[in-house]
Design a protein around this ligand. Structure first.
Ligand code: NAP
Length: 259
């Protein structure tokens, strides 16, 4: 069975670099169950996705111990703020049938000052309900404001794919010890980018999707592809076997052949 390598999130906690996204799955319990069966050990959810219950069911079906699994979930704007975070975390734990969340993210920025929300998340961490904190869809100014709170947070989940390549946000995060998770990693690029991805896939005896996931992991990101299709669930995990060379990355990103 293939298992993902991990990246260090905090001194005490590691995250599998390849996880499974749970947004808009056709039959979430079944798809998550298949993912666990083939070897995924990191599930990405959010209050918005209504997949907490399916995760609890799939984990119970699998017979896996809770500690073998890494669960990320996210707070919507109505759950930002001191009192709201406390209530949401309690509800998430009940929905997930667990007594801790591995990584809790602010799903996207809101009008609530980030110091207040991060402060309440940190209180949940100190109470043992959450193991690590992070944010999502944060740009550099808000990342800096978050750093200025002095509260340790270790992840920013952002859209990063062929079409959207926010390289400055990626660089800022990595320079400040904030890991980056790419979402919607499989989004289609321009016809030229797609042609280059197809060429690399042919050369490396891989699928287009495996090349894209491998590219993002090569750049140090965490990936969380979603799928309701058993063959895709399996082959996305097998992207861990694809090793791209620097020349493949250059060609994919810039269309430059450096070989
Ligand atoms: N933080 C945020 O704001 C945010 C926003 C969006 C998403 N996310 C998270 O990121 C996860 C992934 O993003 P996403 O769901 O937007 O997009 P994605 O994982 O890039 O793409 C999912 C789509 O690609 C298809 N697909 C998956 N593997 C494939 C393969 N090997 N070959 C062909 N098609 C394949 C799936 O169809 P099939 O089911 O047919 O395979 C599905 O339509 C989400 O589930 C969610 O957990 C977070």
């Amino acid at each position: 069975m293939t298992h993902s390598p991990t990246l260090s999130l905090t001194p005490e906690l590691s995250i599998p670099q390849l996880g499974f996204g749970t947004w808009k799955l056709r039959d979430p319990r079944s798809a998550i169950g298949q993912a666990l069966q083939v070897g995924y050990r990191h599930l990405d959810t959010a209050d918005l996705y209504h997949s907490h219950g399916a995760i609890a069911e799939a984990l119970a079906d699998s017979g896996l111990p809770r500690q073998d699994l890494f669960i990320t979930t996210k707070l919507m704007p109505q759950s930002h703020g001191a009192k709201q975070v406390k209530e949401a975390v309690q509800r998430f734990l009940e929905e997930l049938h667990t007594d801790y969340i591995d990584l809790l993210l602010i799903h996207w920025p809101s009008r609530v000052p980030v110091a207040e929300t991060l402060g309440a998340m940190d209180a949940a961490r100190k109470a043992g309900q959450v193991r690590a904190l992070g944010v999502s869809n944060f740009e550099i100014d808000l990342l800096q404001a978050s750093l200025d709170t002095g509260i340790l947070f270790s992840n920013n989940q952002i859209e990063y794919n062929l079409k959207e390549q926010p390289q400055e946000v990626l660089r800022f995060c990595l320079e400040h010890g904030i890991s980056v998770t790419s979402y919607t990693s499989l989004e289609r690029g321009t016809p030229e980018q797609e042609a280059r991805a197809a060429q690399i896939a042919k050369k490396r005896n891989a699928t287009r999707e495996q090349v894209l996931l491998s590219w993002l992991m090569h750049k140090g990101m965490i990936v969380i592809p979603a799928s309701s299709n058993a063959a895709h669930i399996e082959s996305n995990l097998q992207s861990l076997q694809i090793k791209l060379a620097d020349e493949d990355i250059d060609y994919l990103e810039k269309g430059v052949l450096t070989e």
